[in-house]
Write a protein that binds this ligand. Sequence first.
Ligand code: PEP
Length: 251
Amino acid sequence: MRKKIVAGNWKMNMDLPDGLKFAESLNEYFKAKPSKAEVILCTPFIHLAGVSQIVSTGRIACGAQNCASEPGGAYTGEVSPLMIRSTGAEYVIIGHSERRTYYHENDGLLNKKTRLALENGLKAIFCCGEVQKERESGIHREVVRKQLEDGLFNLSEVDFSKVVIAYEPVWAIGTGLTATPEQAQEMHKFIRDLVRERYGKDCAEELSILYGGSCKPSNAGEIFSKPDVDGGLIGGASLKKEDFCAIVEAF
Ligand code: PEP
């Protein structure tokens, strides 16, 4: 049975005291009320060590939202996968559409980051997804296929088993527009079929594929009920305890 996962992407929100307080309160909540899904908090770099320490007493995991593509050295402002792992964090989001758009991260660079993250003991949450124009012109499947082929499909089978894929239609991120459960299922099945072609049946069946894009308590249950949707990557709603907990409990 593949893992069900709900990951919160805090983006660039909360200062250190607020972030730690929030993590503490979620940690207490899920200690008292264990969830069926693995819960991951993907925080800004400054929170990683503190949040990892807090959640080490509970059932939540911690992850970063980005990492460097180089292992170390003179790269001012960068944070390497080794540094992230040393905080206790277990995951890193790679290729979020905001990184692709605002920081011009392309599939080649994302592949380099993914390989380095895995080499350093992190698990990667690799994001893919089309923009609105691409969906409207019917090329969304080809866009996602290329992102996966160029970003992931040169990994070995062993490395690929440490990857979670997040399908995030860019037109649904932070917009209030959500893919219908049918649209999500169709793309998730397409992704799983591509993985089956490349890595075989076992790998495809073990892969967790998360949906992201304006997921909220009112739509999470229906989206998560689809057979190829194994959870969610949650942005805005992960900053509100009530909403985030309700989404986790939608399983
Ligand atoms: C995200 O940032 O990954 C995301 C899905 O954001 P939101 O839930 O706010 O659309």
